[in-house]
Design a protein around this ligand. Structure first.
Ligand SMILES: [Zn+2]
Length: 207
């Protein structure tokens, strides 16, 4: 029993290599945990230079006042109910300060946006129904990386969209969905399924 436990502990620690980044402020801790969880789950799909870009341009954690001020600068007037926002790979995401578990989950969610392949991102913003699906996929992936995270309650963000994303993943395959999200591969296969989901959403809304 004790041998078994020792082996498990050993294999767990070797999965996460020591990265050697400095922890100099309290905010570095949620950022570091988010980064590690993201890369344990999705590292093989993310180009190393993109990971470096996000680490060199770290996300910012803001008080409610700072958060609404910086949001206003990009035209986001109402931040009620919003926990984070981001624009692209080269700009930091903005995350509302709060419980550490929630901060980490939000950092993962926003970094997933930063890591989304630009072409996939463009497709997803072509119409409002796809925007919703894209948020669902992002939160679905967030929940995978945030699994078991203390202080994080999965299911609070985009519950219906996450359910659609789960169905989409079951249909096209987890790996294929990840390839589409991060690398814009499998575009035909995933694109076809997405188109169908969008049409179904439209029918539901008009029904
Ligand atoms: Zn989002």
């Amino acid at each position: 029993m004790s041998n078994q436990q020792a082996t498990e502990l050993c294999s767990e620690t070797t999965e996460i290599p020591f990265i050697g980044r400095k922890l100099e402020s309290l905010d570095d801790i949620p950022r570091e945990i988010a980064d590690r969880r993201l890369h344990v789950e999705f590292g093989e799909f993310i180009a190393p230079e993109k990971s470096e870009t996000v680490r060199n341009i770290p996300d910012v954690l803001e008080t409610p006042e700072e958060f609404s001020e910086s949001a206003k600068k990009v035209g986001l007037e109402d931040t009620r109910g919003i926990l984070g926002w981001s624009t692209d790979l080269e700009a930091p995401a903005h995350v509302l300060k709060g419980d550490v578990g929630r901060e980490i989950a939000t950092l993962i969610h926003e970094d997933l946006h930063r890591f989304t392949h630009p072409e996939t991102m463009r497709k997803m913003h072509e119409n409002p129904a796809l925007c919703d699906t894209y948020e669902g996929i992002t939160e679905y992936l967030t929940q995978q990386a945030a699994e078991g995270l203390h202080g994080h309650e999965p299911g609070e963000c985009y519950p219906e969209q996450v359910e659609s994303a789960r169905q989409l993943a079951a249909e096209v395959g987890e790996i294929e969905l990840r390839k589409y999200f991060f690398q814009h591969e499998m575009a035909d296969e995933v694109g076809k399924a997405l188109k169908r989901y969008t049409e179904e959403a439209k029918i539901e809304k008009t029904a």
